[in-house]
Design a protein around this ligand. Structure first.
Ligand SMILES: NC(=O)c1ccc[n+]([C@@H]2O[C@H](COP(=O)([O-])OP(=O)(O)OC[C@H]3O[C@@H](n4cnc5c(N)ncnc54)[C@H](OP(=O)(O)O)[C@@H]3O)[C@@H](O)[C@H]2O)c1
Length: 284
């Protein structure tokens, strides 16, 4: 009999992450929801267990905007579990106004990129114990509009010059660059980035001004369900093979062969990695 695989999903209590967790639970995996809102995560775990008939859905408290919380989550994982087969860095935040993480990083860069960067590093050892481990980074085609402004990663340029969409695009570009550099540094790791499609979730409502939230609400008419949005994450977590596509970007379960020049910039990926190591205090 095949050994049960373990998958940890950040932001697994809402939207695309919740739908991904439910599908992977149905497929028989042991699912761990790494979430900042523990109560909401417990309700989600119970709901998935009831629907999937699978008793293997657990909760790991983890606020990606708080380095101590991330370190605590990694510690707890190591105490309670063995190897990690799949890490899905799915959680994400969009803010229309400048906000900060606990350590003072611009919130979208801090949560969407740095939090996942640190969590991945802390779990690397456990990933390397798995046969064919995978790290799946939920990015977005918004990365195409992204640039990394190394002088503004803490929001140094101030609230008046803050552009939420630009900051979101920067964080999603960071997801792609991180994926490529992770695959380069750890060739045995299946690192993939993906775009889930335009998905009808509340990401554009949670930290937005009323008019941005209204705009997102109206756009939802043209968007797809969370279940459809989860398809590429599920595909990358469960499809055997894919070795030749390590470090690549997927959309609608298809490998995208043409990336933007910025996303393919190896020197930029290396610089972002080193800067991120310094920011999370994980420089070797
Ligand atoms: N929806 C789209 O059209 C779309 C398009 C392209 C890419 N994406 C990407 O897809 C991913 C999932 O987004 P979604 O649309 O499903 O949004 P969502 O429904 O708002 O789910 C986002 C998840 O991330 C969690 N999260 C936010 N901040 C966190 C933090 N500091 N620590 C831990 N977890 C945190 C949220 O927790 P709370 O419930 O506590 O807020 C929630 O569980 C994101 O990476 C997003 O950028 C979405």
């Amino acid at each position: 009999m095949q050994e049960q695989k373990t998958v940890l999903i950040t932001g697994g209590n809402d939207g695309i992450g919740k739908a991904t967790a439910a599908e992977l639970s149905r497929s028989g995996m042991q699912v761990i929801l790494a979430c900042r809102n523990e109560e909401k995560a417990r309700l989600t775990a119970r709901e998935i267990q009831e629907q999937a008939g699978n008793g293997q859905v657990a909760v790991l408290p983890c606020d990606l905007g708080n380095m101590e919380s991330i370190r605590g989550a990694a510690r707890q994982f190591k105490e309670q579990y063995g190897r990690l087969d799949v890490l899905i860095n799915n959680a994400g935040v969009f803010t229309s106004q400048l906000e900060h993480t606990r350590e003072g990083f611009e919130l979208q860069f801090g949560v969407n990129h740095l939090g996942h960067f640190l969590l991945t590093h802390l779990l690397l050892e456990r990933l390397q114990q798995a046969p064919g481990p995978r790290v799946i980074n939920v990015s977005s085609i918004a990365y195409l509009q992204g640039q990394v402004d190394f002088d503004n990663l803490r929001g140094e340029k101030g609230a008046a010059r803050y552009n939420g969409l630009k900051a979101y695009a920067q964080s999603k570009l960071a997801n792609v660059l991180f994926t490529r550099e992770l695959a380069r540094r750890y060739p045995q790791l299946g690192a993939y980035a993906l775009h889930p499609g335009p998905v009808r979730t509340r990401i554009g409502n949670k930290h937005s001004t009323w008019y941005t939230s209204l705009g997102w609400q109206l756009l939802k008419v043209f968007m797809t369900s969370a279940e459809k949005g989860a398809k590429t994450s599920v595909y990358l977590a469960t499809t055997p093979g894919l070795e030749s596509a390590r470090g690549q970007f997927f959309d609608d379960k298809q490998r995208q062969r043409s990336l933007s020049a910025t996303a393919k910039d190896e020197a930029l990926a290396r610089k972002l990695w080193e800067v991120s190591e310094d920011m999370v205090g994980n420089r070797k």
